[in-house]
Design a protein around this ligand. Sequence first.
Ligand code: ADP
Ligand code: ZN
Ligand code: ZN
Length: 733
Amino acid sequence: MSQTTYLRVAIPVPLPKAFDYLPDQRFTAAAYPVGARVLVPFGRTQKLGVVLEHVQSADVSSDKLKHVEPPIDSEALLDQTHLAFLRWAASYYHHPVGEVVTAALPLRLRKANAPLPLAEQRYFLAAESVGIVEQLGRAHKQRELVEWIAAHGDHGVEQTTLKQHAGSALIKKLVDAQHLLLKESAPIKSEYVPQRSPHQLNEEQQAAVDAVAQQLNQYAAFLLQGVTGSGKTEVYLRLAEQVLAHNKNVMILVPEIALTPQLQQRFAERLGEGVLLMHSGMKDTEREIAWQRLRLGLARVVLGTRSLMLNPMAELGLIVVDEEHDPSFKQQEGFRYSARDLAVVRASRAKCPVVLGSATPSLESLRNVEQGRYQRLLLNQRAGSSKPPSMHLVDLRDQPVQNGLALPVIDEIQATLNKGEQVMVFLNRRGFAPVLACYSCGWTSDCPRCDARQTVHQAAHRLWCHHCGSQQALPQKCPSCGEHDLHPLGQGTEQLDQSLQARFNDIPLVRVDRDAAAKRGALEKLLDSVHQADAALLVGTQMLAKGHHFPKVTLVVVLDADSGLFSADYRATERMAQLLMQVAGRAGRGELPGRVLIQTRYPDHLLLQTLVNHGYEAFAQAALQERLEADYPPISHHVLLRAEANKMDPTMQFLNKVTQWGKAHTDQSVSFWGPVPAPMTRRIGRYRGHLLIQSSSREALHGFLSQLEMYLAESKLARSVRWSLDVDPADHF
Ligand code: ADP
Ligand code: ZN
Ligand code: ZN
């Protein structure tokens, strides 16, 4: 008798295991390839899972085993390599494997839908390009376009790519003259057409490119530490070109920013039609097509945010993580992975290099350099002719201050604008004011659901909580005592925008923050107008700090550097230093030198002093030393068990119970801190607490977590709260 083969299936349920099934009676296991989707009975419902393995013995007795439905996919959607990577990720983050595997599928394919067809609309030349060019005579633009299309080989050019490259009027002329035909075609592997690089690499860039290029066919991890404007992107481009020329593909991760078109444009110009963009604004169907193109190796280069790391990708030859220190690479809910850390693991499994780039590397990455796990490549000079900006602290004590700006700072802004140069004013708080207060009775705009205040948004006439989104109309009189004595306290970007407009009323001003970015097209137009203008003011939150290149900005003002200095979170200082350097990096990127003014009430603070006088590297070394002395990450390792419930008691009872259990089930190598109520105890109406689990041994920690996972899956108390495990948490809130 032949042996039965069982299907081990990953199902998206919050349990730390996969589940065994029998094939449908009319099929054998072979009809369900590993990596294919399958519908399975689960409790009283049906769920869609992914076949993880074919196994010879099931983990429950065979009379209890159920049959799956007939096959959905005849082929795997997730190949073995990618499945193995996802399973590794699930085990590292102690997150249910079914949820991790499902997260790697596009939305439509998380149900039993057939994948979308991949046919493309492509433009083809109607005849040999030489002939067409001859006929076109002096129509230079049309001739150029014909030659550009011809350079892509016989497959023509995909329609959206052509539209990105040329104006629709130009395309229409060629179509009308029947030189160009639009046809539906089977999916085609994007052609890589080498372009000429506009720059000669400088010595440091060349050394960085060479170091990586020597190890293109094996795993190696690099930290590309280059000051802002040092030409890191040019290094990525050169490496990508080499990888493409070797017929391998490139994945580039970027932080979550509403405004990456500049970067995408640079990549698309140099690397051609194979450059795919994956972002949150895509429609589900667009996303699925992109997902398929990557999986099948049809797209050659992809630029995307965090979740791209879960996407299958054929023939991976290089992974780049730009701005590797950026907190947005860490997913903060559900499957709490770090896309940066997974990039390193993925590269090692794909046997290809990974390049982590930043002007302000995370302490984790610097530690990895110290320990020999990453090779460091330094770019200390700005590329081209621009010079690094000079940084100065402005003491806010005993100074006249107007609308949050010290008078000498206002004078400098004026002087800069007078010279026809641009100024960037940075305040990391959006809205008009963080609180509305009544001077008669002391009422404040507390959020009804969080331990936080509702922010005043004046233009929108609303009070709005930035944590839970609760909103209400801006009250005209005090909701508590009825007096007309309400006053906004403190300052956000909206207010700064207003006061600067009033003060410098003949100067164009653009505000960049999440509220302004909501009107996306409008904002891009405004930014364009700044590029055209001479004197101009840019006001914004950290959104303004990321990636933008404004060559005429020569003065950067940071309104309040102090919020990061005394936070409960030990990472706050690192974050603040990174932000300050990124903001400062916006100054003097063109021909003119830049100045950075940082307003503070603590000009003697050691961190600020080190940063301003000795630079980020010196700061980072000092901060690492502090972490070493306190035995904090990246020296030791943290896991946060978070819990929340609609009252405080069940939350703390649960956490206390786990702590007791934990202490009884581990040795000295794992320690427990807490449990304590979370710094923001009430959020979205729920009461939150956490237990910090720490160890200097990853092995000991993971051994313990595996036990804990089982314990939590079975614990009754765990069902009275909502809990989550966060491995390598990015914050403690
Ligand atoms: P980073 O990403 O390190 O901040 P970028 O790659 O954006 O820096 O480069 C900053 C500017 O310098 C860009 O305008 C880029 O075109 C230019 N640049 C890069 N490399 C060179 C080079 N070798 N020579 C001249 N200009 C360069
Ligand atoms: Zn009042
Ligand atoms: Zn709230």
